[in-house]
Design a protein around this ligand. Structure first.
Ligand SMILES: [Zn+2]
Length: 151
């Protein structure tokens, strides 16, 4: 996914952001290259805030909702493991999660591993073509995601 990038060395600059799931973790990369500047960054887990905001603005926000039929205790266990504070558990169970497509896909895999069915939908509020990604997702590697890719 290309996003606007402010580069001192070229006009109308773009950077490329990629996210993918490797061994159950989110790996991200950001790159821009021109005559004067080469940017190559990569890391694991959540993108740095600025890049994440740029990706969300360009690709849209995806949402994960926990199916009503899901066992509440099992869903709470997954949320706790993902670092959701106790005080936010009930609210998150109802509201679900939001983030980049890859973040939500990874979250769906976590929930699936915990036996919790979820649905990922999106993107919302972006210039992209409206599309829907739906679950529940099976174990890693077995799920199908349709719609615009983030790479
Ligand atoms: Zn440049």
């Amino acid at each position: 996914m290309t996003v606007p990038y402010s580069c001192d060395d070229c006009g109308d600059a773009r950077a490329t952001i990629g996210e993918q799931i490797v061994h159950g973790r989110l790996h991200w990369s950001v790159s821009h290259s021109c005559a004067g500047t080469i940017v190559e960054e990569c890391g694991r887990d959540e993108l740095p805030p600025g890049w994440r905001a740029a990706l969300l603005a360009r690709a849209g926000t995806y949402r994960l909702t926990i199916d009503r039929a899901a066992a509440r205790a099992a869903a709470m266990r997954v949320l706790r493991r993902r670092g959701v504070p106790l005080t936010d558990l009930a609210g998150t169970l109802t509201a679900g999660l939001s983030g980049t497509e890859t973040e939500m896909h990874l979250a769906a895999l976590d929930f699936a591993a915990g036996g919790v069915p979820t649905t990922v939908s999106g993107p919302f509020a972006a210039g992209g073509v409206p599309t829907t990604v739906s679950g529940p997702f099976a174990a890693e590697g077995a799920s199908t995601v349709s719609g615009p890719r983030t790479t």
